[in-house]
Design a protein around this ligand. Structure first.
Ligand SMILES: Cc1ncc(C[n+]2csc(CCOP(=O)(O)OP(=O)(O)O)c2C)c(N)n1
Length: 698
């Protein structure tokens, strides 16, 4: 029987509600839950987290259109079933079958995910999908699409930074986002009064968001409220928040003993009054849609169907260990791509401006999002100045919140399958976005390649303004403005990290980064933005690298993961210096000074891409020179430079005539502001020169 509940609502485009199908979906969720709970206690799999008490979420999903986007959390089995109708999927995931659509058996059960059904990949980190959901909403609005996104979380989840970021993304930009807080009264053992002060609804309204408190134990009330809220969002009036009151009928998860933190009376009262499946069944009988006997008959039918499905699923293949490295990283396959444009002398900042304009020209969906980037100044460093003039609206100024920025670009990339660019003003300030960045990089692995997060994070990094360190004071960036940054990104599986040293490489690599399906961190060294090519101590420009200050007009790309090998001097190299960014310029100066004095040649390997780095080039350089120095601007603690040094020892030991040397900044938080301490903090051409002399003498 179909009840066209929304037919009376003027202007609605939604499908009429099939009330009995909705009930059956809720029963299916509950019966699946009860069956899997038992299977867990029988030791059939390691973990289960259930949905009992949250089945009315099916009614919220019924108020959405099938092409709307959803970011669910682990209690949303009913929402999953209402959208997909796929009763096999929860069984496939719980039994880790390769046929599982949420991660091919790779993730814990109840982590809903399906690109096909527009369900974002649920993370175990509570609330972590929220900033991505804001990015999805941003993209839908940008493309003037009719779909909306629903984000769900528990009452505990409402307290996370991530959720508060989504709230701000949605309210500031008036995004088409429905936020549903499924308040079952508990976050493991903590009651929901601990999660926020006052009223959630009033809090939302104060931020300019339409909000309602809804009784989620009553399915028809939930459905009607959902229709109202969804229509508000779809009409373009901005986001809405639903505070959905529910009861938690089971323990938090299979790992929790419910009686250890909830009283017998409270559990009994919750069971008696807050069961949405029982309440809805009663309502259907009272209103003549079902007979009393239909309740038990439905349950039995569903149970029989699920047992049949389970026996089929148990015949399906299990993952094998040989796939453990699949879907970690997607480096684009480079195609030789030489620009026919005229070459001109350019700064790195000019080259970055050009690359961003090229991207905007080629892709109408490309934008840069970050603090100040939409101002005529083009961000504090001027990297988006050309974009602002030539493509107004494609450089968009954001609120001051780095997690918010990354979430917008990451989510938007998930809609389009193409990288959008987040600008983080100084790499030191990426820290509030660290979780979102890590999740973005994990997504393809977790979802077994179903979802990817194409994303570029451009950020100023390393020592402050001016030219290379040897040309003067290091810049006064001090705390908060001068961290190298690669130590924070090269340790993230699934992340590409690039750090160019020259304008030519900066443009070509930035254009290639936009082709990647894995997120890319693009470290722009502040000292290189306006730097000239490096010189030796006699003031001669070092030709081996100077040519890369000539930048062609138009589009060209350079390969990710390939180093540039620079030979300073003539003949076989007596030393290989491995570096990147500003330290390439310092290394070239040091090498030129030595070669001027001693003759011969020294090779400077400019890694360009730090992760994945060019192992072949590094090994070849070590094999030829038999002596190696790694030079990094990072502080001397666990760092990318240390990793590279250790890699050399492990892989090139028998090619080396001396212990590989390591040069870095000091093990201090950052370079101090005053010049004497600052200069003592960073390595410079002088430090490198001394080390070369020392190592050559060994
Ligand atoms: C960021 C984060 N912190 C802690 C945890 C551990 N944890 C898992 S579920 C949970 C409680 C979540 O409560 P709530 O959002 O109210 O959802 P409920 O389980 O009650 O439905 C906690 C603390 C986590 N997964 N993620």
């Amino acid at each position: 029987m179909t009840v066209n509940i929304r037919a009376t609502e003027a202007g609605t485009t939604a499908e009429p509600l099939d009330i009995l199908a909705l009930y059956r979906t809720m029963v299916t969720a509950r019966v699946t839950n009860d069956m899997l709970k038992t299977r867990k206690t029988q030791g059939r799999f390691p973990f289960y987290i259930g949905c009992a008490g949250h089945e009315s979420m099916a009614a919220v999903v019924a108020a959405l259109n099938p092409d709307d986007w959803m970011a669910l959390y682990y209690r949303d089995l009913a929402a999953w079933l209402q959208r997909t109708g796929d009763t096999y999927a929860p069984l496939r995931e719980v039994y880790s079958r390769t046929t599982g659509p949420m991660g091919a058996g790779r993730n814990m059960p109840s982590h809903y995910s399906s690109k096909h059904h527009r369900i974002l990949p649920t993370f175990s980190e509570v609330g972590a999908l929220a900033p991505f959901a804001g990015g999805i909403g941003f993209s839908l609005q940008w493309h003037k699409r009719k779909e909306i996104i629903m984000f769900t979380t528990g009452d505990g989840g409402a307290a996370t930074n991530d959720f508060n970021v989504l709230f701000r993304q949605a309210s500031v930009h008036k995004l088409p986002v429905l936020m549903v807080v499924e308040d079952n009264g508990w976050a493991i053992t903590v009651p929901s009064v601990i999660q926020w002060g006052g009223s959630l609804v009033e809090w939302a309204k104060g931020g300019g968001v339409y909000a309602e408190e809804v009784d989620g134990t009553d399915t028809m009330t939930t459905y009607e409220a959902s229709v109202r809220l969804v229509e508000h969002v779809r009409s373009g009036q901005g986001p809405a928040l639903m505070h959905l009151r529910l009861g938690l009928l089971d323990p938090h998860s299979s790992s929790t003993d419910i009686k250890s933190y909830r009283t017998k009376e409270e559990i009994e009262a919750t069971t008696a009054t807050k069961d949405p499946v029982i309440n809805f069944g009663r309502w259907l009988v009272e209103h003549g849609y079902l007979q009393e006997a239909d309740i038990e008959r439905t349950r039995k039918e569903v149970r029989a169907e699920l047992e049949r499905a389970e026996s089929e699923v148990l015949q399906e293949p299990e993952p094998t260990s040989d796939r453990v490295k699949q879907h970690i990283l997607y480096v684009p396959e480079w195609q030789e791509n030489t620009s026919r444009g005229t070459k001109k002398q350019s700064s790195m900042l000019g080259a970055i401006n050009e690359a961003l304009v090229e991207l905007a020209q080629r892709d109408p969906g490309f934008f840069v999002y970050g603090q100040d980037v939409g101002s005529p100044k083009g961000g504090v460093f001027g990297a988006t100045a050309s974009l602002v003039t030539q493509f107004p609206g494609r450089a968009i100024s954001s609120p001051l919140n780095e997690q918010l920025i990354v979430g917008i670009a990451a989510g938007a990339g998930m809609v389009d399958g193409k990288a959008r660019c987040a600008e983080i003003q100084f790499v030191d300030y990426h820290q509030s976005a660290a979780q979102t960045i890590r999740m973005a990089a994990r997504t393809s692995y977790q979802s077994y390649g179903d979802w990817t997060v194409p994303l570029i994070i451009r950020t100023k990094s390393g020592s402050g303004g001016g030219g290379p360190i040897s040309s003067g004071g290091a810049g006064g960036g001090a705390f908060g403005h001068s961290n190298a940054g690669e130590q924070w990104f090269t340790c993230i599986p699934g992340m590409i990290t690039i750090c160019p040293a020259t304008p030519f490489d900066a443009k070509g690599l930035l254009l290639e980064a936009a082709r990647a399906q894995s997120p890319v961190t693009f470290l722009e060294r502040g000292r290189l933005y306006r730097s000239d090519p490096p010189k030796d101590s006699q003031g001669n420009i070092i030709q081996a690298i100077a040519e890369y200050w000539n930048v062609p007009d138009g589009y060209y790309t350079l390969p990710i993961g390939k180093a540039r090998r620079l030979r300073i001097g003539n003949g076989p190299s007596s030393m290989a210096i491995i570096s990147w960014g500003t330290m390439v310029l310092e290394s070239c100066t040091a090498a030129a000074n030595i070669v001027n004095r001693n003759g011969g040649a020294i090779e400077v390997v400019d890694l360009r891409t730090l992760s994945p780095f060019d192992e072949e080039a590094v090994a070849a350089a070590a094999r030829e020179a038999n002596r190696v120095i790694v030079v990094t601007e990072e502080y001397d603690l666990t760092s990318f430079g240390r990793h590279l040094h250790s890699w050399l020892v492990q892989n090139c030991f028998y090619d080396l005539d001396a212990t590989p040397a390591f040069i870095s900044a000091l093990p201090a938080p950052a370079a101090p502001y005053n010049a004497p301490e600052e200069n003592a903090f960073y390595p410079s051409a002088k430090t490198i020169e001394e080390k070369i002399e020392e190592l050559l003498a060994e």
